[in-house]
Design a protein around this ligand. Structure first.
Ligand SMILES: Nc1ncnc2c1ncn2[C@@H]1O[C@H](COP(=O)(O)OP(=O)(O)OP(=O)(O)O)[C@@H](O)[C@H]1O
Ligand SMILES: [Mg+2]
Length: 408
């Protein structure tokens, strides 16, 4: 949900983009990544530089809060693909005749008293486009890059519930997208967003099956920049903001910037802009100090508090302790993070369990592997080939230690 840059200014990402295009030959995909890693940037680059044989549409769904608006937005965006003529009429004219909607200043509107409803309308739009492609024997593939899809679903589900509606539009949207993927072999989609789709589905009524069927859309992990790319971006950002380095060792300063921000462009940009404000040549110490200041900033300009506050929403439910007293799952999750933030080596499930029991009188060990798995899905942790867990990002780990006051 950050500001955007043109595709020419995107540093690196060639390898992951290649991998994504290759995977898309076979199936639609889901992106998984921590916030601010650069998901939107990757999708926008893919839309700006489509591979031969692909038509690509990037759609930011952040502002959409109803299924009708979703359908209208999608049709409006597909409108240019429907301007081709067939027997004296454009695809779009035929589509309007069928669904009975209208177009005002290039924006498609569903009819007030719909003949078909949003779902069938959407299907008609896809049917028209694919019928045209098939008639021309075109093997062109269509790719929709849906950014902030989980956030949209969460909002739609919230509004449905607030209105006391019997409808379950969020689930219907997912079902519709899945059906479309099944019906049209030349159609691919990418689902991405800064909120975990697994959490959103968990909270949508009856979404268990939808959650399972998403397993058919492989996950692509978007990692921070590779170290060479992070160094290149660090160097570019310093140049761009005219930040000079003190002494002769510019290389160490650039490397320090790349490493101390975990190769995440968003954090790199913020540090460089603070360095520029110093209006003097900078050292590695200035960079470390700037990162530290951001991590301890009570105004929280990096919104790191999110990593702690979201535990309340992401980890609902309870475990019980030896006295059968309920212990909130978020408290257990938080204790696991405390343990691993201060650990000097990765921990097995058993080791985490032992250390947890030293803090909380828990009895339900069987809950711990699942909890650790969820903390991995939420990018707090990673596990190695011996299934030993540690923090995924050094920066978040350092923030956690500071924010929890574990740095005695
Ligand atoms: N490869 C890159 N090269 C240069 N700058 C980048 C790159 N990737 C990201 N950035 C910078 O970092 C900012 C944040 O990236 P982006 O918006 O793509 O992240 P995101 O993962 O979509 O974030 P969110 O989780 O908030 O949606 C961008 O606006 C851009 O300035
Ligand atoms: Mg984004």
């Amino acid at each position: 949900m950050a500001g955007q840059l043109s595709s020419d200014h995107v540093v690196g990402r060639a390898r992951v983009i290649d991998r994504i295009w290759r995977a898309l030959q076979k199936k639609s995909l889901r992106f998984t990544a921590e916030r601010r890693i650069g998901k939107t940037t990757i999708m926008k680059k893919m839309a700006a530089e489509p591979r031969p044989g692909w038509r690509v549409m990037f759609i930011d769904l952040e502002a959409i809060s109803s299924a009708e608006k979703f359908a209208e937005d999608l049709v409006t965006r597909m409108r240019p693909w429907m301007s081709v003529e067939h027997a004296g009429k454009t695809l779009f004219q035929r589509f309007l005749e069928t669904v009975g909607g209208s177009e005002i200043a290039g924006v498609f509107k569903l009819p007030e008293f719909g003949k078909l409803g949003w779902k069938a309308t959407l299907e008609k739009a896809f049917e028209g486009i694919f019928a045209h492609l098939h008639a021309g024997r075109s093997s062109e593939m269509l790719l929709f890059l849906f950014d902030e899809l989980p956030y949209m679903l969460q909002k739609i589900s919230f509004y449905d519930e607030r209105r006391g509606s019997q409808e379950n539009s969020a689930l219907e949207i997912l079902d519709t997208l899945r059906e479309l993927q099944g019906r049209f072999p030349q159609l691919r989609m990418v689902f991405a967003g800064s909120v975990g789709l697994h959490h959103v589905l968990h909270n949508i009524r009856g979404a268990d099956f939808a959650a399972e069927s998403l397993n058919d859309m492989p996950l692509v992990e978007i990692a921070p920049l590779d170290s060479d790319d992070a160094i290149q971006l660090a160097s570019q950002l310093l140049d761009f903001d005219n930040v000079r380095t003190a002494g002769v060792d510019r290389e160490s300063v650039v490397r320090c910037l790349a490493e101390s921000t975990d190769g995440v462009p968003f954090y790199m940009e913020r540090v460089v802009s603070q360095l520029a404000d110093l209006e003097r040549p900078v050292t590695t110490e200035d960079i470390r100090r700037s990162v530290r200041r951001h991590l301890t900033d009570d105004h929280d300009h990096w919104e790191m508090e999110h990593f702690r506050s979201r535990l309340r929403i992401y980890y609902p439910g309870e475990m019980s302790d030896a006295g059968r007293q309920p212990v909130a799952m978020r408290v257990v999750a938080s204790a696991v993070l405390d343990i691993l933030a201060t650990a000097t080596e990765p921990h097995t499930v058993e080791r985490v369990w032992q250390e947890l029991r030293a803090r909380l009188p828990l009895t339900e060990r069987q809950e711990i592997p699942g909890l650790l798995g969820l903390l991995v899905k939420d990018h707090y942790l990673i596990s190695d080939e011996d299934k030993r867990y540690s923090f995924r990002f050094p920066l978040i780990r350092t923030w956690w230690i500071l924010a929890q006051g574990l740095n005695s």
